[in-house]
Design a protein around this ligand. Structure first.
Ligand SMILES: NC(=O)c1ccc[n+]([C@@H]2O[C@H](COP(=O)([O-])OP(=O)(O)OC[C@H]3O[C@@H](n4cnc5c(N)ncnc54)[C@H](OP(=O)(O)O)[C@@H]3O)[C@@H](O)[C@H]2O)c1
Length: 299
């Protein structure tokens, strides 16, 4: 509703089979003009299931019966897009070079970690996706399989690494320039002892806002604060604020666009870059918080 929608109809546990019925029920009950005022939002928790629902939903539409469709399972697409755009901007602002030339390590293999890996690899970065989970018995096998899934489904080359111990994590960090902490909430991934062992300069971004934070000594509002010699951090709220702006702007754009656009992580990343460059003004963003005027009540 914050983005100006008049009616929101939730459906839970939607399977790809049900998606076709829901989409066609919605689009065939309105004429093509009315469909421009309909937006589908695919959420859920599981990225692969959400992508499967998206495929069916889009295959069920055809011109002129095409509605805007947003996909953002667990908010992961907008979070990953905001995190990477923010790091890219921070590196440039701090005159630390271009993100595309960096070696990146992503600690966390959930939806945020996977999308971050895809976006970074497509930028041209050298990317490692790391499972830091000490409770994972099948670690090596799991990361090898994840790496091949990323290659076969998304066409990106990403090395899978299992690093459940401090020594293994330091080894990965030493070989990276930029580190992304995107593991489960409330779990510390990088301790002070580990930071003390790191010799070369690094940038670390953490999305975990639940104490203990992902990096010992980081603060939620950090924006390239040097928390140890040569270690510059970006905190969860700094990323979170951009993510919220992004989410609202996407919802607003989908509501008024009416061209059947798909709003995925690629769109979110390009939009995050524009927001950071000031190409989308705060005034425009503020509009997303207003409710629709009376004459737009048909939306
Ligand atoms: N700042 C923001 O705006 C924002 C927005 C949304 C979410 N978040 C945060 O983003 C983070 C990632 O979310 P997500 O949905 O992508 O993933 P998630 O499902 O919350 O976490 C999955 C990852 O955590 C790892 N993990 C699980 N238990 C662990 C343990 N005991 N020690 C170390 N690692 C462990 C898993 O490892 P395996 O895969 O190897 O099992 C997996 O890599 C969460 O902290 C969430 O709160 C932040």
């Amino acid at each position: 509703y914050d983005a100006g929608f008049s009616v929101v109809v939730p459906y839970e546990n939607v399977t790809p089979e049900e998606a076709k019925r829901i989409v066609q029920d919605a689009i065939f009950s309105r004429d093509p003009k009315g469909i421009k005022h309909t937006t589908f939002f695919i959420g859920g928790k599981d990225m692969e299931k959400a992508e499967a629902v998206l495929k069916i939903a889009r295959d069920s539409m055809f011109p002129p019966f095409e509605a805007s469709t947003i996909i953002d399972p667990a908010g992961a697409y907008t979070t990953a897009a905001a995190m990477i755009a923010k790091v890219e901007e921070a590196l440039t602002r701090s005159k630390l070079g271009n993100l595309k030339d960096k070696r990146c390590a992503i600690f966390g293999t959930g939806a945020i970690g996977r999308v971050a890996a895809i976006l970074l690899a497509r930028l041209g970065c050298d990317v490692k996706i790391v499972s830091p989970n000490p409770d994972r018995a099948d670690g090596e096998e799991y990361v090898t399989k994840l790496s091949s899934v990323l290659q076969s489904k998304y066409g990106v080359t990403v090395e899978g690494v299992f690093a459940p111990t401090p020594a293994k994590k330091v080894e990965v960090i030493e070989k990276s320039d930029v580190i992304f902490c995107v593991s489960v909430a409330g779990v510390r991934i990088i301790s002070k002892e580990m930071l003390n062992e790191i010799k070369l300069a690094k940038v670390i971004a953490d999305v975990n806002a639940v104490p203990p934070l992902g990096v010992e000594g980081i603060k939620l509002e950090d924006d390239m604060r040097e928390i140890a010699p040569g270690i510059f951090c970006i905190g969860a709220l700094t990323i979170g604020r951009l993510k919220y702006k992004l989410e609202r702007e996407i919802l607003k754009e989908a509501r008024r666009n009416g061209k059947g656009t798909i709003y995925n992580y690629n769109y979110a990343f390009q939009l995050a870059r524009k927001i950071l460059k000031g190409e989308i003004s705060p005034t425009k963003l503020a509009v997303t918080l207003s409710y629709p005027s009376k004459e737009k009540k048909g939306s």
